[in-house]
Design a protein around this ligand. Structure first.
Ligand code: SAM
Ligand code: MD0
Ligand code: SF4
Length: 370
């Protein structure tokens, strides 16, 4: 009997289809994730940039990052700030310090402030979130800026209270949607509860960010599953960051492979979720790594941190911060080299408003190709 085999997918054809708004099949997505030739990567990145241009023109959004508490009750194996790491720096910033930094960041021209913490036991014990809510409300009042919170899995009623004081975004990254891999990364944390909190956040009117780690042993099939979950969740912002091994943690000596994989994933996400926000983070390769992330189709620069203030990053806790290049002034020349410009704050507010409006029209669901 003759063996019947499907011809391997043709990459030019896949990319033309994606640009035309056709939905990619699982085989096509895996084919893109497994590309090996530099010339093929370039074709993929070019298609991703074309799709970005169609939806966002040459405008890029910029996010300020405020890691206000590095205490954490969790023990994620990939994270420098896991509770059992003796070598990580711990601090909890005061309201004044947070307000000062929030003010500096907004004056510098960012479009959003991302307020991030470890799951700091001080807030979680006896549900003492009231003080934090006041601080965040003060940031909102002082700066008038769009705000994202990245507090981990907080109780539903606290999340609702953040929404009620006008916080627009909830960021919470699953890292992977392979449950076995999740269990090795987020030790002792419920997969379901973490996913459920994002669904709840969306229901109460938050914009939601989901995120992946790359270089932690995930397969192309795992990524395919993640894209499905991200589409079901209808996440508004989707990120991937290469895993950076951290001193003093169980994965300190893990071989992680090239960060090029992150660029491939960024580009594939751009094809699958053409009108969503996809960050290129300065928290992985610093300012030197920004160009390649923009080149792959990212449209948000995240982890902008003011120098000399004693605030840290997450996976690159100090890289480029006190040098002052992890700033709007450091980012703009890189945008220019790529033929891009910072968006206006009104562009950002419009994007948020339109995205929330589209939710009521299923034809416009995120990931629905147009
Ligand atoms: N504690 C909250 C949480 O975990 O949801 C908020 C912190 S959030 C900014 C931490 C995120 O940074 C993780 O979800 C992970 O995606 C990323 N991250 C942490 N350590 C990392 C590392 N070593 N390499 C790359 N990304 C890392
Ligand atoms: C970043 N270091 O943007 C930040 C952080 C949390 N919402 C974001 C991982 O890369
Ligand atoms: Fe804590 Fe977040 Fe780090 Fe996990 S990733 S240890 S929850 S700060």
């Amino acid at each position: 009997m003759m063996e019947v085999r499907n011809a391997p997918p043709d990459i030019d054809q896949i990319l033309v289809g994606a640009i035309d708004g056709e939905r990619l099949t699982g085989d096509e997505i895996c084919c893109l994730l497994n590309l090996q030739e530099r010339s093929d990567f370039e074709k993929l990145f070019e298609a991703a940039r074309e799709i970005r241009k169609k939806h966002f023109g040459d405008r890029i959004f910029l996010y300020g990052f405020i890691y206000f508490s590095t205490y954490c009750r969790n023990d994620c194996t990939f994270c420098f700030y896991r509770r059992s790491n003796k070598v990580s720096e711990r601090y909890r910033k005061t309201t004044e310090e947070i307000l000062d930094t929030a003010g500096k960041l907004s004056e510098s021209g960012v479009h959003l402030l991302d307020l991030t913490m470890g799951e700091d036991p001080q807030y979680f014990t006896d549900n003492r979130f009231a003080g934090l809510l006041e601080t965040v409300a003060a940031v909102k009042k002082d700066t008038g800026m769009p705000i994202m919170i990245s507090p981990g899995v907080i109780p539903e009623e606290v999340l609702l209270a953040f929404r009620q004081i006008g916080v627009e975004w909830y960021a919470c990254y699953q890292e992977t949607h392979n449950r076995e891999l999740y269990a090795r990364l987020r030790l002792g944390q419920s997969y379901e509860e973490r996913m459920q909190r994002k669904k709840y956040a969306r229901e109460i009117g938050f914009l939601v960010e989901e995120g992946l780690l790359s270089g932690v042993g995930e397969s192309a099939e795992d990524l395919l599953d993640s894209f499905k979950v991200m589409a079901e969740l209808q996440a508004d912002q989707l990120r991937v960051m290469s895993f950076i091994p951290q001193k003093g943690t169980p994965l300190e000596n893990m071989e992680t492979g090239s960060h090029l994989r992150e660029m491939l994933i960024i580009a594939v996400m751009r094809l699958l979720f053409p009108d969503r926000l996809i960050p290129g983070s300065l928290d992985v390769d610093g300012i030197a790594g920004l160009k390649e992330r923009l080149h792959a189709g990212a449209n948000v620069v995240t982890s902008i941190i003011p120098p000399q203030k004693g605030f840290l990053g997450v996976s690159q806790s100090t890289l480029d911060i006190d040098e002052g290049t992890r700033t709007v002034a450091g980012v703009v020349p890189v945008l220019e080299e790529c033929g891009l410009v910072p968006a206006g704050i009104d562009d950002y507010r419009c994007w948020m408003a339109e995205t929330l409006m589209k939710r009521h029209n299923p034809d416009n669901a995120p990931g629905a190709n147009k």
